[in-house]
Design a protein around this ligand. Structure first.
Ligand SMILES: [Zn+2]
Length: 146
């Protein structure tokens, strides 16, 4: 996976909300997962994604613990796009699933309005607007409708 550009990071030891547990427990969650991943991967992980990760789930003292334990990149989960310079202590994560088509994913990543992106693609390639109706990503399964 590493050769394909994927990186394995930590998401904590037991998926506790680190802003709602005692700091020493949060520290244990962070360091135990880091040690296990380092042993499994042969090198310590660089990135940490908060379990939960909403604005209310991030505490400055916990962020300090994450950085002090050696993580270089920390990801929140309150959504947003990382456009321009990226704050390594707050990389924005956006949830995606198999119902999101490629154009919608691009709009999310680039923080542009989907309608404007669709219009630009239709115009650039002289397509009919129906050519860009949402399609699931290749290989994605979609539940049967009743
Ligand atoms: Zn999670």
């Amino acid at each position: 996976m590493k050769a394909d550009g994927f990186e394995v990071g930590s998401h904590g030891w037991s998926h506790l909300n680190l802003a709602r547990c005692p700091l020493d427990e949060a520290r244990r969650e962070i360091t135990q997962s880091r040690k296990l991943l380092a042993r499994m991967l042969g090198a310590p992980p660089r990135s940490f994604a908060y379990p939960y990760g909403g604005r209310e789930d991030i505490a400055p003292a916990v962020l300090d613990e994450i950085v002090d334990s050696g993580f270089e990149v920390v990801a929140s989960a309150y959504s947003g796009a990382n456009v321009g310079s990226i704050e390594p202590r707050n990389v924005l994560r956006t949830a995606v699933n198999d119902t999101i088509d490629g154009l919608t994913l691009r709009a999310l990543v680039e923080d542009v309005a989907l309608a404007a992106l669709r219009e630009a693609v239709v115009s650039r390639w002289s397509l009919h607007s129906t050519a860009l109706s949402p399609q699931p990503l290749a290989g994605a399964s979609r539940p049967e409708s009743a």
